[in-house]
Design a binder for this molecule. Structure first.
Ligand SMILES: Nc1ncnc2c1ncn2[C@@H]1O[C@H](COP(=O)(O)OP(=O)(O)OP(=O)(O)O)[C@@H](O)[C@H]1O
Ligand SMILES: [Mg+2]
Length: 441
């Protein structure tokens, strides 16, 4: 197949011009070269080396091209490979989960949950600005004095945040988050992020349509866990997911994915999470999954949970399960300033059934630190009953966090809902005995 045909096919397949072919050769190039070596070369040396390698690959595998077409293709492939400069090799390294650039000379990465500094540096601020420009222009945005903070996304899915002076006092700062890899719950159990019994309990809760809030600090694995739990939703249900930047990768067929939209350069055209939650209610969802609530949408989400869309899942940024439920209350007042606090508490007590709190530990591991069920009702003060807590042991010489997942019996109202859908309560938990005279057991 000739290049022209292939380009046309790519255009048809990907709808973004002939970039598909350039991407193909770039990928081949990255497979062929030794990235470690490359980081030691200057930019000019790197270009020469890459052009040579692309030339070889094209002679071997490429289409027949005129000399001019050939050198143009080589130029474009190398441009794309070097487009993100020193970031390219880091992006190509699967084990790097986060890249943080604090000005041209300070590049840090996160690998296996641990932060480390790397040798890479830009050739000065100008080159860093060029890289930033390339990234944000991909999503039709612009970084300048009037919009010094921008969220963007690389074509490969990575989330990028940019903030420049004068807001940043450390020069232009770039934070790149790798597209989170989906982990099935079994794998999370294998990695020690939770124990098997808790996994089984959570799967039963999802099937019994508990409304579940996943809470945790930044980067504790909330999105990853939400994704893992979503796998328990039966395939017969219609799921609508709502996110600021689409990261969830659900396995079911019947999923509608919605993504909010930031305002454009003129500050217009914003579609907030709140608008999407309201719209989702008109789409006949069985379940609504919201990537994260952090503002006015919280009240809409609670209302949705209370009006027949139970079984919904959502994450919230919080430092503990207890903090999470109080934060929901604060966030909910952002939407409807005039609703009295205890009316909102009523909504939360009705809506939220369980909170799964995640934590990131000093050794880089992520864990379910607590699973609590909500036992308070109506306008009562919040009452959480922990049914699982992770108790860490003092850290040993290998600096790995070890400990024990402790289980407590489930309150009867919780167990009742699980039995009702034909699920069972894992033996590790059990059920609180009924103490009423004449009660069972
Ligand atoms: N249980 C886990 N064990 C090890 N690594 C994990 C685990 N869960 C998530 N991660 C990794 O941690 C990083 C952050 O995960 P994730 O995006 O799910 O966190 P988050 O809490 O949603 O972050 P944010 O606060 O930015 O939304 C990713 O690189 C992800 O692959
Ligand atoms: Mg997240």
């Amino acid at each position: 197949m000739g290049l022209k045909d292939r380009l046309e096919e790519d255009r048809a397949n990907e709808g973004r011009g002939d970039r598909g072919s350039v991407t193909h050769w770039r990928r081949r190039l990255l497979e062929e070269i030794n990235l470690e070596d490359l980081t030691r070369l200057t930019l000019a040396q790197r270009r020469v080396r890459l052009e040579k390698v692309v030339g070889h690959i094209l002679s071997r595998e490429g289409p027949v091209l005129s000399e001019r077409e050939r050198s143009m293709l080589i130029r474009r492939v190398v441009d794309e490979a070097l487009g993100l400069g020193v970031l390219e090799p880091l992006l190509a390294d699967e084990t790097v989960t986060e890249i943080m650039v604090n000005g041209p000379d300070n590049v840090f990465i996160e690998r296996a949950g641990r932060m480390q500094r790397v040798d890479a540096a830009f050739n000065g601020e100008e080159q860093l600005y060029q890289t930033i420009d390339r990234i944000v222009s991909l999503v039709n945005r612009r970084v300048d004095e009037s919009s010094p903070m921008v969220d963007a996304r690389l074509p490969t899915g990575e989330r990028v945040n940019v903030i420049i002076p004068p807001l940043s006092l450390s020069g232009p700062v770039l934070t790149i988050r790798r597209f989170p890899k989906p982990y099935p719950i079994d794998e999370l159990v294998r990695m020690g992020s939770l124990d098997a019994a808790t996994g089984i309990l959570l799967s039963a809760m999802v099937r019994a349509r508990f409304n579940i809030v996943v809470s945790g600090g930044t980067g504790t694995g909330k999105t990853t866990f939400l994704n893992a739990m979503s796998a328990f939703v039966p395939t017969s249900e219609r799921i609508v997911t709502i996110e600021d930047s689409a990261e969830l990768q659900l396995m079911q067929d019947h999923v509608v994915r919605l993504e909010s939209r930031p305002p454009n350069i003129e500050g217009k055209g914003e579609i907030a999470i709140r608008d999407l939650v309201r719209n989702a209610l008109r789409m006949r969802p069985d379940r609504i999954i919201v990537g994260e609530v952090r503002g006015a949408e919280t009240i809409d989400m609670l209302q949705a949970m209370n009006t027949g869309h139970d079984g919904s899942l959502v994450t919230v940024h919080a430092n503990s399960a207890d903090d999470a439920i109080h934060r929901l209350q604060t966030l909910a007042t952002l939407g409807e300033g005039l609703v009295p606090y205890d009316a909102i508490r009523d909504q939360i007590n009705n809506a939220v059934d369980a909170i799964v709190h995640l934590g990131r530990w000093p050794d880089g591991s992520r864990r379910v630190n607590e699973v609590s069920v909500v036992s308070s009702r109506r306008r009562e003060e919040f009452r959480l009953e922990p049914v699982m807590t992770f108790e860490a042991l003092p850290m040993g010489p290998n600096r790995a966090v070890e400990g024990e997942f402790r289980h407590r019996p489930l309150p009867r109202h919780v167990a009742g809902r699980i039995y009702q859908v034909g699920e069972s309560v894992p033996a590790a938990f059990g059920v609180v005995p009924d103490e009423r005279p004449g009660g069972e057991r």
